[in-house]
Design a protein around this ligand. Structure first.
Ligand code: IMP
Ligand code: MG
Length: 181
């Protein structure tokens, strides 16, 4: 962990700040979905860490969890998105909440929403812990948003650089990055 921390040039959000924000998002979702049946859908892998903390803060809500695995073309550019693993359960007439770690250009989410809409859920909303709204290429908006990030590549709390740093408890900017995301 110390070695990973040494690779971080600037810490943007501390463990405590992230924890407080996750609680706040869960409280908003709890208020909006109380009494409804909720299907939480996570696009793997980055959001897994957020999902685990977020769902444990939800109170008095009946929810199921399902996973979608997508592959993107060359990241940072719009390309072909494919489903690698589809949902296991039907979302027909159900309330869907997509839990995301990060919305950047919006490509992954745009594709996921397009595919899920065809299955006629009762509603689809998006909760993301981080986002860079000014980088959006596709028309995607979050319904619950944690932190707005500067135009920097960040790691930690599920976000990786080449599969590394996901387990960092803080989120920060890497000192050195040898290639784009
Ligand atoms: P997009 O919205 O289609 O660009 O995809 C967002 C995905 O790109 C996120 O779920 C992350 O996996 C990845 N991503 C975007 N920006 C960053 C970053 O700053 N650090 C780590 N991963 C990122
Ligand atoms: Mg992701």
């Amino acid at each position: 962990m110390n070695q990973m921390i040494d690779d971080i040039g600037e810490i943007l959000f501390s463990e405590e700040e992230i924890k407080a924000k996750v609680k706040e998002l869960a409280a908003r979702v709890t208020a909006d979905y109380r009494g409804k049946e909720l299907c939480i859908i996570t696009i793997l892998r980055g959001a897994a860490i957020f999902l685990a903390d977020f769902t444990r803060e939800l109170e008095d809500i009946n929810f199921t969890i399902d996973f979608l695995v997508l592959s993107r073309g060359s990241a940072g550019k719009t390309g072909e998105v494919k489903i690698i693993k589809d949902l296991d359960h039907s979302i027909y007439k159900k309330h869907v909440l997509i839990v995301e770690d990060m919305i950047d250009i919006g490509e992954s989410l745009h594709y996921a929403i397009k595919v899920l809409r065809l299955r006629n859920p009762a509603s689809i909303k998006v909760c993301t812990l981080f986002e860079k709204p000014y980088r959006r290429i596709l028309p995607i908006e979050s319904d619950y948003s944690g932190f707005i990030l500067p135009d920097e590549f960040v790691v930690g709390y599920g976000l990786d650089y080449r599969q590394k740093y996901r387990n960092l408890p803080v989120v920060g900017i890497l000192k050195q990055k040898t290639s784009p995301r």
